[in-house]
Design a protein around this ligand. Structure first.
Ligand SMILES: [Zn+2]
Length: 406
């Protein structure tokens, strides 16, 4: 078989043909021409067009390499007279309109960019960083336009930081399918509104049943406005995080009051505080009582934290509520300011916290995805702009389809 025939078949050309394969030093140039009078398609609507309007000057497209030689396709695009769209550049079976690389190459690059940094991907394919950025952004654009949109029932809204916590993005996940739905620049109510109004729209908002989020976040109003039927559920992992922060705050301020020797003893005995007191041996109880004597607030903070955690195991809403009420009362009596603060926040969000007993859903299901986003931001120094970072997040987490290779 001639190499020309081989390449024509590889490219799946029907109205075009390969006229020559030219070895040109660092690359191979595949010369392409129109095949006889075969009908060409309109680049906009892809309909077959009877008339060719004009022939333009030749253009080149980078393709996958053959062995070590990069391939370039060279062709003089025709402009066709489309009955629907008027005079347009024809449709190229090997590339998306305006692309300077073939679909085969851009898909290969896009796939690798899901695993590697953009710099690493560029190095692999002998491209520059900018070309990879363009390819990924085009792929994301295509994917967002062409992805399937099944009804969404349970979503989780979360924030991720960019540039060491100075700038935030908001991410929305479908917690049932465990896939990223949307990314917004910033974490304000206004920044997240387009998710409800544009991405979801009124009709799709109606199918939402549960929205999982942090109780400190600013999204509750949005849910009430755009999906009033949905239950707001405050995320277990976030609640525990705030609880831990309260413990940490108590510990830090109290540690300052201990002597060096006591500090060391405290650090060594932290596990004592995490055990159930009725499971301790006598000598361990002895040590624990020493800790209590030294600093009761730290010990109280640990016990409060442990007592709170039982809330997650209750199956009956009434019992869970009783437990929480009792816990909040004892926390308010604890004389620990961070805990009182925590209780005030709980009080203001009680309905969405108690919803846990019925729903048992949390953003923990997509914890892996959040870590993935962190690793994306770490592996790339290039994401100085939110636009690039957002594209990379969609590209790696939203399971978007890539353009079809024809
Ligand atoms: Zn057309």
């Amino acid at each position: 078989m001639l190499i020309e025939t081989f390449i024509r078949k590889q490219l799946g050309l029907k109205a075009h043909t390969v006229t020559e394969v030219e070895e040109a030093g660092e690359c191979m140039i595949i010369h392409i021409d129109r095949l006889g009078n075969r009908l060409l398609r309109c680049g906009l609507c892809r309909r077959r067009c009877r008339k060719v309007h004009s022939v333009r000057k030749s253009r080149e497209w980078r393709d996958l390499s053959m062995r070590k030689l990069p391939l370039k396709l060279r062709y003089r695009p025709r402009r066709v007279e489309c009955p629907r769209c008027g005079v347009r550049v024809e449709d190229f079976p090997w590339a998306e309109p305006w692309a300077r690389v073939t679909t085969a190459l851009s898909n290969a690059v896009a796939k690798l960019a899901r695993e590697l940094s953009w710099q690493g991907t560029a190095r692999q394919y002998g491209l520059n960083w900018k070309s990879v950025a363009t390819i990924v952004k085009r792929a994301v654009q295509y994917g967002l336009k062409n992805r399937s949109r099944p009804p969404v029932h349970v979503i989780g809204i979360d924030e991720v930081s960019r540039r060491k916590g100075q700038v935030y993005l908001t991410v929305v996940y479908d917690l049932e399918r465990r896939v990223l739905l949307w990314v917004g620049d910033d974490r304000t109510e206004e920044a997240v509104r387009p998710f409800f109004t544009e991405e979801m729209g009124r009709r799709r908002c109606h199918t939402l049943q549960v929205v999982c989020m942090d109780m400190w976040a600013a999204y509750a109003n949005l849910v009430k406005q755009h999906a009033p039927q949905a239950q707001i559920l405050f995320d277990r992992f976030h609640i525990v995080k705030h609880l831990n922060e309260a413990v940490e705050e108590v510990r830090r301020s109290e540690m300052r009051r201990l002597s060096q020797k006591e500090k060391v003893a405290f650090k060594r005995s932290r596990w004592l505080l995490l055990k159930n007191p009725w499971n301790l041996r006598d000598d361990q109880k002895e040590r624990l009582s020493t800790l209590v004597r030294w600093n009761a607030p730290i010990v109280r903070a640990y016990y409060l934290k442990e007592a709170f955690q039982m809330f997650w195991d209750y199956k009956q809403p009434k019992r869970a509520e009783d437990h929480l009420e009792k816990w909040m009362r004892s926390a308010m009596r604890s004389r620990l300011e961070p805990f009182k603060q925590f209780v005030r926040t709980l009080r203001a969000h009680l309905d969405g916290i108690l919803a846990w007993t019925k729903q048992r859903i949390s953003n923990g299901a997509v914890e892996g995805m959040n870590n993935k986003i962190k690793s994306i931001s770490h592996r790339s120094f290039g994401f100085r702009t939110a636009e690039n970072f957002i594209a990379a997040i969609y590209h790696c987490c939203a399971r978007l389809p890539l353009p079809v290779e024809r």
